[in-house]
Design a protein around this ligand. Structure first.
Ligand code: NAD
Length: 331
């Protein structure tokens, strides 16, 4: 099948090219993001392959339909960026990669916590400058803390297994409680109790209308003073303005984010020679207790292999008219 591949990075190409010869598919790699101006690049292809910040709204779906696109193969797990109803209306199927090394994202969440807790990012810069003073590097133990996990799906479960090893108490909230997690010792509680009890809160639920701005001024008020907040899920789970206020008044003690509400215009680009126009991310960078990574939690060798293989398998299943086990449908 001929596939128009959007938002291509060198690591995508390297990983997909390894598995491509056996797949029988042909990929046209475009560096451009998918939008209303670039969708026409997909002419002559039967499918498109897109990533998290390729927003596919009704107008783009309509254009895809005119171009003869029959399948959208997401090379990511989240699908909040797609108008599912518009796709269904034009009978364009959507497939995704539901789980690609959930451990990759869970381990990154732990990396954010450990970095914030032990200030290794500051220590790294200090010693490279022959500054071996440890003043100001006092951290905190993870052991013995209560960790709140919002969403115990594939990534949340992997995260719970990690923090269990650190000797933490784990409280969680999910719409569906997981028996294996209960056996591990995870205690499911209503959301407000998770907020109230946790020293560290890690978000692992998808972005939906229900979870949009889950972290806002009133939910932050329910949390412990000095709470550490970690988000590797989707930026808009957090109302950035409310979090900035809470950092200023020290209600939030630490913030570690791999995703950002307005990341679409910033992340995955080298803007080092440009003037930052986004006031909120610029403000976040001024706090010494904030750590931002640019949506890289998924980026491990193992996860990239799984993404490539599952995406190519999804394309093959569609081409052969087989059942689409990774299909996403409007509810
Ligand atoms: P998953 O579908 O396996 O699990 C999501 C869990 O969230 C489910 O158990 C679901 O019941 C729960 N949930 C849904 N609505 C909820 C709510 N209102 N409150 C509490 N829990 C709720 O998904 P996953 O593979 O664990 O991924 C979680 C999210 O991580 C994805 O939606 C995606 O946005 C994000 N993600 C980020 C990266 C990254 O690189 N930063 C990579 C992959 C996934």
């Amino acid at each position: 099948m001929k596939v128009a591949f959007y938002s291509t990075k060198a690591y995508d190409r390297e990983s997909f090219d390894r598995f491509l010869p056996d797949s029988g598919h042909s990929l046209s790699y475009f560096e451009a993001k998918l939008d209303i101006h670039t969708v026409s690049l997909a002419e002559g292809h039967q499918a498109i392959c897109s990533f998290v910040n390729d927003h596919i709204d009704a107008a783009i779906v309509k254009k895809m339909n005119q171009l003869g696109i029959r399948l959208i193969a997401l090379r990511c797990a989240g699908y909040n960026q797609i108008d599912l109803h518009a796709s269904a209306e034009h009978d364009i199927k959507i497939v995704r990669v539901p789980a690609y090394s959930p451990e990759a994202v869970a381990e990154h969440a732990m990396a954010l916590i450990l970095t914030l807790a032990r200030k290794t990012h500051k220590a790294y810069n200090r010693v490279r400058d022959n500054n071996f003073s440890i003043e100001g590097l006092t951290g905190f133990n993870i052991h013995g803390k209560t960790i709140g996990v919002i969403g115990t799906g594939a990534i949340g479960r992997a995260f719970c297994r990690i923090v269990k090893g650190f000797g933490c108490t784990i409280v969680a909230h999910d719409l569906v409680e997981d028996d294996k997690m209960k056996e591990l010792g995870v205690k499911y509680l209503p959301l407000d109790e998770v907020f109230a009890k946790s020293h560290i809160i890690s978000l692992h639920c998808p972005l939906t209308p229900d979870t949009h701005h889950l972290i806002n001024a009133s939910t932050i008020a329910e949390m412990q003073d000095g709470v550490a907040l970690i988000n590797t899920s989707r930026g808009a789970l957090i109302e950035t303005k409310a979090v900035i206020n809470a950092l200023k008044n020290k209600k939030i003690g630490y913030l570690g984010i791999d995703v950002y509400e307005q990341e679409e215009n910033i992340f995955f680009k080298n803007l080092s020679e440009e003037i930052m126009q986004d006031e909120q991310i610029a403000r976040l960078m001024t706090f010494p207790n904030v750590l931002v990574t640019g949506h890289q939690a998924f980026l491990t060798k193992e996860a990239l292999e799984q993404i490539s293989q599952t995406t190519l398998d999804n394309l093959s299943a569609f081409e052969k008219g087989e059942k689409l086990i990774n299909e996403v449908k409007a509810s």
